[in-house]
Design a protein around this ligand. Structure first.
Ligand code: HEC
Length: 468
């Protein structure tokens, strides 16, 4: 484990180093200009969402667009509201960590105070970023999900969707990436892969390509409506048997970039016939009538999966119970913990903390058999809007016999601006919902860990795209 700590120290050291270089450079500029100093910050930290096809409500892809929002930009950056990155960088580090240094924030403020000097053309800086359709590269296959008509209205809408596909024998899926058609409305997509092996085939004709599962009046659990049950039945093989199934081959939330693990890790075997199921495709309320044409980018490899990924889910619906049980009385703040001891050495790739609207903070770590602590994640101020899947820069080795702890705090008082009930009401976990419910009366506490079995040297293997 010493090596992990060494690697971590080195990493933190390098991080501090690159930050301090920037500090010196930017801090010495009295009047920053856009082309030289500000545009690179915007391009690296903002444009992934603030572009045509990104999740944000306006673009920040040119001098005039940024200048038009200059005052608000200075404000939201100095308050650290933008860019959104809830995880505490003093606790642990992840790929695509999106945090501005104090020097960058100060430089933006000075630029705005000095009336936003342009300093030449910045077109080149934005030329590449603004047209990206993939965060990983050129996909080998692009699947189109059935279009969804979103009519004007103030309700959230939930769908199941499905796309069938055939591939030549001998291909494996290396990565899957979801590209929303209406990124401002699409809040969540959780994709599962279903393989149809041998003589079995999906019921292509009888199976709808999407159904709406929004809660309707009088139906307690939308997953139990006839429509939803029929949809799930239609996923069976045509001989009625259950196809092979993985969970969560792709998870999308606004601002989430596709991940591609090193070749051979986290790749999936695919049958010549496979389907991708969109579980709980969640759209926010729409102000106008719109059509969503979302896509799924698939990247193939000829390398068979060497090290399949697996998941441990702590908490709601998971392997460990929540103590005390997740019941949050009105007008109270509560603290809960859930813990799980691993029976083999594992290498953690990605983690996902998940709470609903009453969440206040989240902390997860592992205690090794020798008593040492491995930091996993700290979210001091829970933000319901930004629930990322956090991928470590290098795999984190958790030795056999270590106990993973997840701690969550909830705030069911009027002081929680996200409290769905005013006056507050008791809120509890609803297990039968299978993690799908966004209903205001439900709360959840989950910690999902994606891992592979440990192999010596994992601590040194970079998970950053481009390094493998
Ligand atoms: C992960 C996606 C994402 C990133 C990255 C991001 N934004 Fe945003 N931004 C949003 C969304 C979405 C909104 C709309 C408000 C909301 O949902 O919180 C927004 C809103 C804003 C607003 C309006 C806030 C208001 O109160 O009116 C400003 C200004 C802004 N962003 C600036 C920035 C800047 C500057 C950066 C980079 C330093 C940045 N954003 C990075 C997604 C993002």
């Amino acid at each position: 484990m010493k090596r992990v700590f060494f690697a971590l120290t080195l990493l933190i050291g390098l991080f501090a180093c690159s930050q301090s270089n920037q500090v010196n450079e930017l801090d010495s500029v009295d009047v920053p200009n856009f082309a030289q100093h500000i545009a690179p910050i915007i391009a690296n930290h903002c444009v992934r969402c603030h572009r045509n096809g990104g999740g944000a409500p306006f673009e920040l892809t040119s001098y005039s667009k940024v200048k038009g929002k200059a005052k608000t930009i200075a404000k939201v950056t100095s308050m650290r509201i933008m860019p959104p990155w809830p995880a505490d960088p003093n606790y642990s580090h992840f790929i695509d960590e999106n945090i501005l240094s104090q020097s960058q924030i100060d430089a933006i403020s000075r630029w705005v105070k000095n009336d936003c000097p342009e300093g030449g053309s910045s077109e080149k800086i934005f030329a590449n970023v603004s047209s990206e359709k993939s965060n990983i590269g050129k996909p080998d296959m692009v699947l189109s999900l059935d279009t969804v008509l979103l009519s004007e209205g103030d309700i959230d809408r939930f769908f199941f969707s499905k796309v069938n596909c055939t591939v030549p024998h001998g291909k494996y899926i290396r990565a899957i990436e979801f590209i929303p058609g209406q990124p401002k409305l699409l809040h969540h997509f959780n994709g599962h892969l279903i393989n149809y092996y041998g003589n079995t085939k999906p019921n292509l004709e009888s199976s709808p390509s999407k159904i709406e599962i929004s809660p309707k009046e009088g139906v307690d659990n939308p997953r139990e409506t006839k429509l939803a049950v029929d949809f799930q039945k239609s996923l069976l093989n045509n001989d009625g048997s259950l196809p092979e199934r993985w969970h969560s081959v792709v998870n999308y939330l606004p601002g989430v970039k596709g991940v591609m693990y090193p070749d051979g890790i986290g790749t999936y075997a695919v049958a010549e016939n496979f389907s991708i199921i969109g579980n709980d495709v969640h759209y926010g309320p729409s102000r106008k009538t719109l059509i969503d044409n979302s896509k799924i980018n698939i990247f193939f490899t000829n390398t068979p999966p060497k090290r399949g990924t697996a998941e441990i889910m702590l908490g709601t619906n998971g392997v460990s119970k929540i103590v005390p049980p997740l019941v949050i009385p009105a007008n109270q703040k509560t603290k809960h913990v859930t813990q799980f001891t691993v029976s083999a050495d594992i290498s953690v790739l990605t983690i996902n903390p998940h709470l609903h609207l009453l969440g206040k903070s989240f902390l997860a770590y592992a205690i090794k058999p020798n008593g040492d602590t491995i930091n996993l994640i700290h979210i001091p101020k829970w933000n319901f809007r930004w629930q990322y899947f956090y991928t470590f820069k290098k795999m984190v080795h958790i030795p056999r016999g270590s106990t993973i702890y997840a701690n969550a705090e909830f705030d069911n008082t009027v002081n929680n601006p996200n409290n769905p009930n005013n006056p507050p009401k008791q809120v509890a976990e609803r297990l039968e919902y299978g993690g799908s419910s966004m209903r205001a009366t439900d709360e959840m506490f989950q910690f999902i860990i994606t891992y592979v079995g440990y192999q010596p040297g994992d601590e040194e293997l970079s998970l950053e795209h481009g390094n493998n």
